[in-house]
Design a protein around this ligand. Sequence first.
Ligand code: PRX
Length: 635
Amino acid sequence: MSNYHIKHLEEYYQVYRKSVRAPENFWEEVAEEHFLWQKKWDNVLSWDFSKPEVKWFEGAQLNITENCIDRHLATRGDKTAILFEPNDPKDDAEHITYNQLHQRVNQFANVLKDQGIKKGDRVCVYLPMIPELAIAVLACARIGAIHSVVFAGFSATALSTRINDSDCKMVITSDGSYRGAKTIDLKGIVDEALKECACVETVLVAKRIHSDIDMKSGRDKWLQPLLDTASTDCKAELMNAEDPLFILYTSGSTGQPKGMVHTTAGYMVYTAYSFKNAFQYKEDDVYWCTADIGWITGHSYIVYGPLANGATTIMFEGVPSYPDFGRFWEIVEKHKVNQFYTAPTAIRALAKQGLELVEKYDLSTLKVLGSVGEPINEEAWHWYNDNVGKKKSPIVDTWWQTETGGIMITPIPFVTPTKPTYATLPFIGIQPALMDENGKELKGNQVDGRLCIKFPWPSMARTIWGNHQRYKDTYFSAYENKYFTGDGALRDEVGYYRITGRVDDVIIVSGHNLGTAPIEDAINEHPAVAESAIVGFPHDVKGNALYGYVILKDVGETRVHDNLRKEINQIITEHIGPIAKLDKIQFTQGLPKTRSGKIMRRILRKIAHKDTSNLGDTSTLLNPEVVQDIMDNAL
Ligand code: PRX
């Protein structure tokens, strides 16, 4: 028997050792015992990080939806699979059982087929957090279409870039979405985006807000009538282990977003196994991850990981502040939530509201608390631990990435003793390494370096869609034979890891990855702007906020500056989305540059952090005089 469910620390160490000494044997056992295969693999793993090429369970055939749905019907048909909690607390929650999920996914899959979608086609899903989102994702997987979910907070420009990059044939959206007291015209955003996308033939539109929208004839179709007449039977497409399951875009430090490609078998095995252990999920638990399915957290730990374990997973449409900041706790009480997984930025926002709203609700069902997306600061950790978990629910600070597909470093609750701000120990099968500036691995404990992974794990992304060279350059070129995460980390005296943050030009704002280059490109589109540079600075709720240094073509009068600030944020909203708006914009006459013309962000970062006591050597700059000027006018 494989150790599918780890229950104490000694067992963790024993399984961990086994998983790194003989990874193939370990993952083969897990795969063999806990999943449904139409054909077993010929080879567990082949890999070469220099190409890079990684293949898990080659030769196997399966369908992930048979593992997430069909397999459970005999024993869990009437159990709730997806528990939908709508934006408005006055509306009823919806319990979708495994039987119902099976029917609805099959109907949706048949609609996709009727609309000409075939195995390997790309389908863009641009939906709010309503059941159709999870069902659309699973319907794609049912027929072997590759889903590309785009977070419904992204702008038309960001959406069209993503649609075009992976040549999507179809977009699935809704007539609009609710966000607290507001409604958002999603279909209008899709229409705008599609002006730039020749590849899209069909748009399926789910009804959510019942607004009057334009339907382009021949292209746009209401989803419900098509579902109503579709059969509830749909044979699952036979997928090869390494067939792509989905593409999910993440920001890079330069240019275009990166379409990370995840494949079928390894992703399934790892997300299922890590879900079970990182949350200690037990059969009748109710699990809630507050992320959006537009991000990897939602893919792996709202949809695939929980459903592969036959779990009950909550999908929440709303926001933590609506109708008031007690909403999360109200939902925990109402649905008797056992595992609760959220982001530090939400914890900090809720902590600011005081204790009344937390104490008003019965949170006694909570067993495990999770954190993800950015480093959790000590204060937020203690607030979460003391007031939400009442010091009895361990906090699992889970470190991972879109690229890793699943949780990589995390405590196992009730197994690994937690330590505030530490993601603690590598998960089973994960072999981290810390590297120094010269590319040497730092051995032993109490070291601080750049975080790499030195051995493949089943859910790692296999490539960047359409650009394998960029995949290699970004992740496998910094250190020989290692996957480079882009994060810094330290290892303490007992071998616990603490993630210290990004070491590249990605800034994490409210848990969202933002590349500086696309934001700068957007700002530079403003006719008054000559050049710009973005850095992050600490923010008490968002973790980091964005600080922009902008050179205007014409210095102009200060009284127009406030208008310009608004216009710059407007351009950013149009190009990327409101999440990338700048908190501070400083107009400056120059940016510190090296002799080769590179902006010295290190100096700009220090100024934004108000930490100018030691700016380092500025004498090598092309224009050292601008530094003082920027400091004098810092915001
Ligand atoms: O910097 C790390 C940070 O989020 C980055 C990955 O972002 P994304 O691909 O959007 O995936 C987020 C959800 C998995 C990482 O490179 N990050 C994620 N989790 C943590 C974290 N930083 C510190 N602690 C974490 N627990």
